[in-house]
Design a protein. Structure first.
Length: 231
């Protein structure tokens, strides 16, 4: 059986519990069969739409939901909204054939933690699962391009001068954009995790952003990081 390579097992549960939500039976069954090759992953829910998933969440709690968008019942966009409201600890990775910039940006802005086109390999899906578990998000080059080009209006509305952030907040922001956890940032900067969280909240307030996606856009606009840094 396969093991994910180079993963920090000290920060992860022994088994990562997965929900697969897709209304195409063959795709759902195929993905589940592929994930069985990874010892540390456990598919505990398979659902045909959002309502089916929400019903099963009453008795089962996955760490990660692999979510299709176009489903005959409750679609993936509405499911994402409900999950963010009622189950904020669950990580959401969208799997879709749609790859338009505006579409991807909307999903990330609404709370999805990652996006993968359905024509990618299972290895990328597994990498995304570990990334959202360890870092809280999975941003590949496709997502970053979509965030830059699909969010022109939001970027243009960010008029806050860079000088409003303190030097320490700027450091913290760079590390957030480079997928560092609060614990990792605290270690790198020699400060406590609560201090990092305080800086994060202050940065969100000062930049007028609501989540990591907004922070990445702000950092890209002010050239604190480049797309190459975030791959």
């Amino acid at each position: 059986m396969n093991k994910a390579k180079g993963k920090n097992k000290f920060t992860l549960p022994p088994h990562i519990k997965i929900a697969v939500v897709d209304d195409h039976n063959l795709f759902r069954a195929g993905l589940m069969a592929l994930l069985k090759d990874y010892d540390e992953l456990r598919v505990i829910i398979e659902a045909a739409d959002g309502l089916d998933l929400l019903s099963q969440l009453k008795t089962k709690q996955p760490h990660v939901v692999l979510l299709d968008i176009e489903m005959k019942g409750m679609n993936g966009i509405e499911t994402t909204r409900v999950l963010k409201e009622k189950f904020p600890a669950i990580k959401i990775i969208v799997l879709s054939m749609h790859q338009e910039d505006e579409f991807i940006f909307e999903l990330i802005s609404k709370g999805a933690h990652g996006f993968i086109p359905k024509d990618k390999t299972v290895d990328e899906v597994v990498d995304a699962i570990y990334s959202v578990m360890e870092k809280g998000r999975y941003y590949n080059e496709r997502i970053l391009n979509a965030m830059v080009s699909g969010s022109r209006g939001l970027v243009n509305n960010m008029h806050l001068p860079l000088s409003k952030l303190t030097d320490k907040e700027t450091e913290v922001l760079k590390h957030i954009c480079n997928q560092k956890t609060n614990k990792e940032i605290a270690h790198l900067l020699g400060i406590g995790t609560r201090t990092v969280e305080s800086h994060r909240n202050s940065i969100l307030h000062k930049t007028g952003t609501k989540n990591t996606a907004g922070l990445v856009i702000y950092a890209l606009k002010h050239k604190l990081v480049s797309a190459f840094d975030l791959n």
